[in-house]
Design a protein around this ligand. Structure first.
Ligand SMILES: [Zn+2]
Length: 295
């Protein structure tokens, strides 16, 4: 499992339920990725695990970082820069649920690197095994990748991007097993964590931790619908809507140009899913300002 592939641009099509991602960087600069590791998980097992070296935009490596991951300027001098690798990886990551350990770090490296090269962000949702582990095993105290691996009896070469991605995948699978969840979406709902997101137009929304909240009651919705992970995201996004004209007398509103009631909305999201959209949550919050919709 250890070590890096030479990047050939030839990655076979891989079916996956989720993909774990790990970056190593040359220094503190968030756009200085020098290695990327991926593990593809399907049906409860790792089905593929790859890692590549990346030539960062500048060949300036911090000595502490070299000590950590062992990657030197000489090792990456002849390797492709991120755009050449991304051209082949993007199709494997777009639209997928991405998981990383301390995901905001890795997602920021991806975001900063793509931005550095003026490449559009992909549309993807992401989760974090560190945050999941804190909620699944709340008494453990230490949630670094090495500490969690030790707890689970997993031995690995830490700060090898491919191995870190594989261990992240194994920890995600252990967490799924612990909570008897079939999917990561289900697990995130159980532990009240709403996925982070990258989007080419909307940018970056970090992972949101939701405190257990009172079940929401409005319209004709079952209370359980509001605790689904996809709904938690909408509840969160409702908070940032500013274009709302509320009509308390009729419990309706005009929000972002859509006609909204507590049961329906004219937006594409509601019409496609027939579940509360962010506009319906925005209206519900406006009509009951004493009850925070994020709990
Ligand atoms: Zn709507």
């Amino acid at each position: 499992m250890a070590g890096y592939n030479l990047f050939s641009g030839d990655i076979p099509k891989i079916e996956a339920d989720f993909v774990t991602l790990d970056f190593e960087t040359a220094n503190r600069d968030g756009a200085s990725a020098c290695a990327i590791g991926l593990a593809f998980v399907k049906g409860g097992a790792i089905v593929a695990n790859h890692a590549w070296l990346i030539r960062p935009p500048k060949l300036s490596f911090d000595a502490d970082f070299i000590k950590l991951h062992g990657i030197t300027p000489e090792a990456v001098a002849g390797q492709p820069e991120l755009p050449a690798i991304w051209e082949h990886l993007a199709k494997h990551l777009k639209g997928r649920l991405i998981v990383a350990h301390n995901a905001e770090f890795d997602i920021n490296v991806l975001k900063n690197s793509l931005t550095h090269y003026r490449i559009a962000l992909p549309a993807l949702d992401y989760s974090c095994t560190m945050l999941l582990a804190q909620r699944v095993w709340p008494s453990w105290g230490k949630y670094g990748l090495a500490a969690l691996a030790a707890r689970h009896g997993i031995t690995f070469a830490h700060h090898d991007a491919g191995e870190d991605a594989a261990v992240c995948a194994q920890i995600a699978l252990k967490a799924l097993g612990e909570k008897r969840s079939r999917t990561l979406d289900e697990l995130m709902t159980t532990v009240q964590l709403s996925p982070g997101r990258l989007h080419p137009e909307e940018g970056h929304s970090p992972i949101v931790l939701l405190r257990p909240s009172q079940p929401l009651l409005f319209g004709s919705w079952q209370p359980s619908v509001h605790n689904r992970a996809d709904q938690l995201v909408r509840r969160q996004r409702a908070e940032s809507i500013t274009d709302a004209v509320i009509h308390p007398g009729t419990a309706s509103a005009l929000i972002n140009g859509y006609q909204v009631t507590l049961d329906t909305c004219t937006c594409p999201d509601y019409l496609a899913r027939r579940l509360p959209c962010k506009h319906i949550y925005r209206l519900a919050a406006a009509l009951s300002p004493q009850q925070s919709i994020t709990g």
